[in-house]
Design a protein around this ligand. Structure first.
Ligand SMILES: [Zn+2]
Length: 477
C-alpha cells in the first residue's frame, strides 16, 4: 500500500479511485444525477474500506515514470476534502491530487495500459504552489506499509532501531512518523522474518531430525509435557543439544574442566538457556552443550547433567572439574549426578558478594590473594593477613564456601588448569545476546552458525602457521 496514493481526510490529497471489488459495484453508465451520486457513495465506501483493511492500492507512485516523484512527494499538501468524480467511463484509472485552497497546485493523471504494462501518466498539472507550506505528518504511512517497504533493510538488521527508521523515512519521503509507528513496523517485519514463534515449537521435531541427519553423532533431546493421554495437548518443556562435531572436538583436545552457567532467553516465550563450556588447548572456550529449559532449578540442572554425563561418557566423575557461580540448584544437582567431580566456584562471583559489605581495593587484593595462593603456607599467610587487616571481612570469608571450592591450593592437579573464574560461560553468553532474543529454532540456528563460523575462522588462522607449536590465537570471539 502506498500512502501517497490514498486519500485520508485532511492529510493527503492524492486521490485514488480504487478498482471496485465486485461487479455489482461497477457503474455501467454515467448519465443521470442519481447514478452519479450513487457512484460517489460507492467510491467513498470503497475508499473507507481500503483504509480500514489497509489493502494494496493499485499502481504505486514509485512505479510512475511520467510523474516526477520528488515533485509530488515533497510538495503534497493538505486538502480539506475533495470529491471529484467526473463523468468518465474510465474513472477507475484516474487519479487526482490537489493542494489545500487557496493554493492552485494540482495534478491529474491516469493509468495507461499498454503491452501489459501499467504506467501512470500525467494528463495535466499546475506545478506552482502559492500560500502553502510543507506538511510533515502523514497518517497513511502505516506500520504495515513501512514493514513491507523496508523489508530488505529489516532482513539485514532485524533489530534496526526505530529512530533509524524514522530518519530513513524522513530522508526518503520528507515525512515524519511517530516512534510507535516505527516500532510497530519493526515488530511486523520481525514477525515476518523470524516466523511465527508458536509454529516453531511444532516444527521442533523436524528440526531435531534434520540436525541429527546433517551432524552425525549429535544428541538432541526434546521434552514435552505428557501427551499420550487423550485430551492432553503437548507443551514444550526442554530441549538439549550437543552437536556431534563439538563432542569429538572436546574429547580430542580439551582439558577435563567444564564451565556451566544459565542465562535468560528474552524472546516472546521466556525461559533459560543452560550452557556447558570447555577450555581448549589454546586457553579459549570450546562450546560443549546447551539446553533450553523452563527455569533454572535443581531438577533442570539434574536433567542437563545426566544428559551431559552420557554424552561425555563420564563413568568416573573424579576426573572432571566443573566451574560455576554459587547456585543452590546447580550445586545440588551436580552433587547428585556427579558426586565425585570437583566443583569450583567463580571467585569473581564470590568477590561480588564480598564487596557488598566489604569495599575497598585493599580488601579486594587480600581476597584474591587467598584465592590465588598455590600452597597451604601461602594460603594461611594470606588469610592471616586479611584477619589482621579487617576482622569482619575475615569472618565473612570463614563463613563463605569451603576454600576447596575457590582456592588454587586445594584444586586437583590432573586438571592442569588453575582457572578461578567462570568467564568462559560469560563470554559465550555475551556472544549470543542477539540469538537469545529470537524464537526457539532461530535461536538454536543462530548459535549453531555462530559457532561454526568461529571454529572455521580459527582453523583458517591456525592453518597459516607452519611450526608445530602454534601461537595463541586471539581472533575476536
Ligand atoms: Zn500548495
Amino acid at each position: 500500500m502506498d500512502p501517497w496514493s490514498q486519500q485520508s481526510g485532511l492529510e493527503t490529497e492524492f486521490e485514488h479511485q480504487q478498482q471496485p471489488e465486485t461487479k455489482e459495484e461497477q457503474p455501467t453508465d454515467v448519465g443521470t444525477g442519481n447514478q452519479q451520486s450513487r457512484r460517489k457513495k460507492q467510491v467513498r465506501r470503497r475508499r473507507n474500506n481500503n483504509r480500514a483493511s489497509g489493502e494494496e492500492a493499485a499502481p504505486h507512485l514509485d512505479d510512475v515514470h511520467a510523474l516526477d516523484k520528488d515533485t509530488v512527494v515533497t510538495e503534497l499538501h493538505s486538502d480539506a476534502g475533495s470529491s471529484d468524480e467526473e463523468n468518465d467511463d474510465d474513472w477507475r484509472n484516474r487519479f487526482r491530487a490537489k493542494c489545500k485552497p487557496p493554493c492552485q497546485w494540482f495534478v491529474y493523471a491516469s493509468v495507461e495500459r499498454e503491452l501489459g504494462i501499467a504506467d501512470l501518466v500525467v494528463k495535466s498539472m499546475n506545478n506552482e504552489h502559492t500560500n502553502c507550506s510543507h506538511v510533515w505528518k502523514n497518517k497513511n504511512i502505516s506500520a504495515k506499509w513501512l514493514a513491507n517497504k523496508y523489508m530488505e533493510r529489516f532482513r539485514c538488521n532485524v533489530e534496526m532501531p526505530p529512530r533509524l527508521l524514522r530518519q530513513i523515512v524522513d530522508e526518503d519521503f520528507k515525512a515524519e512518523i511517530s516512534k510507535w509507528v516505527a516500532y510497530n513496523a519493526r515488530a511486523i517485519a520481525k514477525k515476518e522474518i523470524q516466523g511465527n514463534a508458536e509454529q516453531q515449537y511444532t516444527d521442533i521435531w523436524r528440526y531435531c531430525a534434520e540436525i541429527k541427519r546433517t551432524h552425525p553423532n549429535t544428541t538432541m533431546e526434546v521434552m514435552f509435557t505428557p501427551f499420550r493421554q487423550p485430551g492432553c495437548n503437548p507443551k514444550f518443556m526442554r530441549l538439549y543439544c550437543y552437536l556431534g562435531p563439538l563432542k569429538q572436538g572436546f574429547l580430542d583436545g580439551c582439558r577435563p574442566i567444564i564451565g556451566v552457567d544459565g542465562c535468560h532467553i528474552k524472546a516472546e516465550y521466556r525461559g533459560q538457556l543452560l550452557t556447558a563450556i570447555g577450555v581448549d588447548p589454546n586457553n579459549g572456550w570450546w562450546p560443549i552443550a546447551w539446553a533450553v529449559v523452563e527455569r533454572e532449578a535443581t531438577e533442570q540442572w539434574k536433567w542437563f547433567f545426566e544428559l551431559l554425563k552420557n554424552d561425555l561418557q563420564i563413568e568416573n566423575g573424579y576426573s572432571y572439574t566443573f566451574v560455576s557461580d554459587q547456585q543452590k540448584g546447580l550445586d545440588r544437582a551436580l552433587s547428585e549426578v556427579l558426586p565425585n567431580s570437583e566443583h569450583r566456584y567463580c571467585v569473581q562471583h564470590l568477590y561480588n558478594n564480598f564487596k557488598k559489605k566489604h569495599r575497598g581495593l585493599a580488601l579486594k587484593t587480600k581476597l584474591w590473594n587467598i584465592a590465588a595462593s598455590t600452597t597451604e603456607g601461602l594460603f594461611k599467610k594470606a588469610t592471616a593477613d586479611l584477619e589482621k587487616f579487617d576482622k569482619e571481612a575475615y569472618e565473612w570469608v570463614k563463613k563463605a564456601p569451603h576454600p576447596s571450592h575457590w582456592c588454587k591450593t586445594f584444586f586437583s592437579e590432573h586438571t592442569r588448569c588453575d582457572m578461578l573464574v567462570n568467564n568462559l560461560c560469560e563470554s559465550f553468553n555475551g556472544h549470543i545476546l542477539e540469538a537469545r532474543q529470537q524464537s526457539i529454532i532461530k535461536m538454536l540456528e543462530s548459535i549453531r552458525i555462530f559457532l561454526m563460523e568461529r571454529i572455521q575462522r580459527r582453523t583458517t588462522a591456525m592453518e597459516k602457521f607452519e611450526l608445530s607449536i602454534g601461537p595463541l590465537i586471539t581472533i575476536c570471539c
